[in-house]
Design a protein around this ligand. Sequence first.
Ligand code: FAQ
Length: 333
Amino acid sequence: MYTQAMDLPDPSAKLHVVGQPDAAQAEFDLKIDADRKIEPQDWMPEAYRKTLLRQISQHAHSEIVGMQPEGNWISRAPSLKRKAILLAKVQDEGGHGLYLYSAAETLGQSRDTMLEALHSGKAKYSSIFNYPTLTWADVGVIGWLVDGAAIMNQIPICRCSYGPYARAMIRICKEESFHQRQGFESLLTQMKGTQAQRDMVQDAVNRWWWPVLAMFGPPDADSPNSANSMRWGIKRISNDDLRQKFVDATIPQAKILGVTVPDPDLEWNEQRGHYDYGAIDWDDFWAVVNGNGPCNKERLATRVKAHEDGQWVRDAALAHARKVMARELKEAA
Ligand code: FAQ
């Protein structure tokens, strides 16, 4: 998909117009202002490249670590139908990670380097995947709320200025929509069941609501990357605005389900035309981001083990590719 983009930009390209050292920067600025795509072969400012690499690789890490909380329930799904849906969903998340690593590689960093950063604990991934999935209702709530928040955040990234990221997001968002729907439908079924099932759903909503709101990132005033990302068309809507859109879209869905959210300050504000909501515990968010959430250590250990256990697959694929190449060379000789 991205093979056409593997030729890396020449770092000296900015100077190739003799006597006009800023010509490349001016061309980049023009493209951004005109809302045109930046492609891997184009010259780009180093800070733009670094910001993209940071965000896309973190996003890729989130997708593959994000397979774990729900993956834990594949063997315990309550029916064959639910098991098939969950298997497909978790597999999709793995696929999203792969598209995103490919998009990040077009910025000149190898997948091995990115994975090393994840496995050593240097790279971030979404805070949300460091919470436990205690009951089957958690699986539905992840689909409804976590995938719901992910779509809200990711639809604007389909219009990101960097071509490979934008194109990867279009496909990802289509799949995330199915993920959100299946979560909501599963919860709706549980809410039509016994009182114990309804209580289980409400308990899961209570535990996930605040971490999901924090997923959108720190408040705009405390978001160091936002100014540049908005200027460069990487981010199109701010953290706080996306969070508000998510609350406004989700509360009517909660009413249909028959659940409440654990926020005594939640209230429709007629004047603003939005829901007001209570204060998010940012200390808790930063503790999780910095490695001290309920499941950080477990998630990282599981990821590293999966990578190590998969070494033989990578070795076998490489050995096969070498054999094929040797055969082709021999035939061509
Ligand atoms: N968790 O200046 P900002 C999914 C960090 S995929 C951890 O506002 P930015 C699908 C941030 O990196 C979920 N860290 O940063 C799925 C930065 O640190 P740095 C992932 C966070 O980049 C569903 C610092 O705080 N989605 O759910 C978080 O402008 C179900 C300051 O923040 C994406 O990655 C957080 N929640 O805005 C899979 C979407 N928030 O790097 C499986 C793409 C912030 O300077 C199952 N990413 N930080 O050291 C984005 O849209 C942005 O990167 C934000 C953060 C909005 C996440």
